[in-house]
Ligand binder design. Sequence first.
Ligand SMILES: Nc1nc2c(ncn2[C@@H]2O[C@H](COP(=O)(O)OP(=O)(O)O)[C@@H](O)[C@H]2O)c(=O)[nH]1
Ligand SMILES: [Mg+2]
Length: 225
Amino acid sequence: MRIDVVLPCLNEAAALPWVLGRMPHGFRAIVVDNGSADGSAKIAAELGATVVSEPRTGFGAACHAGLTAATSDVVCFMDADASLDPEQLPRVSGPVMAGEADLVLGRRVRAPGASWPAHARLGNAVLARRLRRRTGSRLRDLGPMRASRRVALLRLGIVDRRFGYPLEMVLRAATARWRIAEVDVDYLPRNGRSKVTGTVRGTLRAVHDMRRVMARQDGTQDVST
Ligand SMILES: Nc1nc2c(ncn2[C@@H]2O[C@H](COP(=O)(O)OP(=O)(O)O)[C@@H](O)[C@H]2O)c(=O)[nH]1
Ligand SMILES: [Mg+2]
């Protein structure tokens, strides 16, 4: 049985050969390009990946386009920057395949040399604590390597198309009473420059988008209670 892996990709030409070369047997890479200027789409296609070109900019737009293009029962998500090892994908897909969890997140454990800026780590920890309080889950990281069932994910109806997408996924999953689990994955030194938490602009945008998602979900909960 095949598992599709959605890889949002913006200028990751340097990382793609390693990432795509380490896809385990049975996992199909779907690289979602957003107009990369470094030939990422071409390289991904040459390396045998399925390439989706999403004209709408935004991290969430890319994730959503990949999810829409996927056809497998279980789908995974991960960064295309070589900060996560595709060989560890079975760790997140396993509990979903086994019917033990509905959404599995890889908790990033920093490997030597990996850059994880203090502000990003702190923001992530604060966010994870809020998430634990809100959802009753035991999540310690809002990690980007994930697995879930495709149709169920589509039915969650995630609306954010920017950096709020990963957070909204967890919030909606919790509201739908999904079993959310966490497994450890290695967090490696990324290849190339960060677009999100490694830059001031990216971080501010991520914080802005996530606050919006939190507020919207708060509103949703107020209506339902
Ligand atoms: N298609 C697409 N991919 C994006 C966009 N922003 C970031 N990415 C990709 O999403 C992943 C996460 O971004 P990254 O720069 O690694 O963020 P960080 O992990 O916070 O440093 C990487 O694979 C990026 O190439 C975007 O707007 N569109
Ligand atoms: Mg990254």
